[in-house]
Design a protein around this ligand. Structure first.
Ligand SMILES: Cc1cc2nc3c(=O)[nH]c(=O)nc-3n(C[C@H](O)[C@H](O)[C@H](O)COP(=O)(O)O)c2cc1C
Length: 279
């Protein structure tokens, strides 16, 4: 049995792995939940093995237990187990092996269809689907709930990866899933049994001084942290045969030229075509 002291030591070690370097100062005292969070890594390679309906129910119960903006509950999940459907989705979004090989592919859907129906049945006209605010709420709450589901999966010894690539071709995915008006695929979550042979580990994050500000945003605070992070992430990727990896360069590929959005520049039009942001 582990003692409080062991737990403390483990947590300090997990935190050091999370940052790619030991923390300065006293180690934090962890909890089983935080330790699980610290152990997270995306899992893209799976061993065969069932994810049962009972496990799926548990994941969704965890997801639904997350906070909900105004308790609107404006998201849904489509669970895809059918191999042909997973393959078609993979093809539609540019070919993603982890979509094809996972046990269950959960597509998180921003869902104002249900809310619209419920409200219209009360005789109230729905005017807000046209506004960015509601779409933001749908995406924010989808993210919160899906992270709960992933953590629940990890607590069961399963693993998974978010799949934002669903937004490479969201209308094709919406059609494949039979999504109605006002329902839009936000991202996927591929779930399965982790293959321990996958070449991946705890991926270091920015040092806290680069992300945590006290009282007011401190523009000078992140500079040295971002520099240190380049080194930590280079070390991480060097372990997997990529010694020239650069975080700044990767960031630049995504937030630099508009082409880095890989066609998602059309997101406004895509959302509008499903009745969101249509005003
Ligand atoms: C909303 C979201 C979308 C993501 N989409 C993808 C994706 O399409 N493909 C992929 O391989 N990883 C995807 N990821 C996983 C990230 O690449 C991963 O979380 C990040 O590199 C950090 O690695 P870690 O999760 O192993 O710590 C996504 C993560 C999030 C939160």
């Amino acid at each position: 049995m582990s003692t409080a002291r062991d737990v403390q030591t483990d947590t300090a070690e997990l935190i050091a792995r999370r940052y790619g370097a030991p923390l300065e100062g006293a180690p934090a005292e962890g909890t089983p939940v935080v330790d699980l969070q610290l152990r997270h890594r995306s899992v893209r390679r799976y061993l065969p093995g069932e994810v049962s309906d009972a496990q799926l129910e548990l994941l969704i119960a965890a997801a639904q237990s997350g906070s909900q903006s105004s308790n609107l509950q404006v998201w849904s999940v489509v669970a895809v187990r059918d191999q042909d459907r997973k393959d078609r989705i993979s093809t539609a979004i540019g070919g993603r092996r982890y979509v094809e090989e996972c046990e269950v592919f959960l597509v998180w859907v921003v869902d104002f269809h249900r809310a619209t129906q419920v409200v219209e049945r009360t005789g109230t006209a729905v005017e807000t689907n046209a506004y960015l605010e509601n779409t933001l709420v749908g995406f924010v709450d989808s993210g919160i709930s899906a992270q709960n589901a992933l953590l629940a999966a990890e607590s069961l010894g399963l693993g998974g990866v978010f799949v934002g690539s669903v937004r490479n071709n969201p209308l094709a995915v919406a059609e494949e899933l039979g999504l109605p008006e006002y329902a839009f695929p936000a991202f996927g979550l591929a779930i399965g049994h982790p293959d321990p042979a996958e070449e991946a580990d705890t991926k270091p994050r920015l040092p806290q001084r680069a992300v945590l500000h006290h009282e007011q945003y401190d523009d000078a605070a992140w500079e040295s942290g971002a520099e240190e992070y380049e080194e930590r992430l280079r070390e991480y990727y060097a372990r997997y045969g990529k010694p020239d990896y650069s975080w700044a360069r990767t960031l630049g590929g995504r937030v630099g030229p508009a082409e880095g959005l890989h066609g998602r520049q059309q997101m406004r039009e895509w959302l509008s075509s499903k009745g969101l942001l249509s005003g």
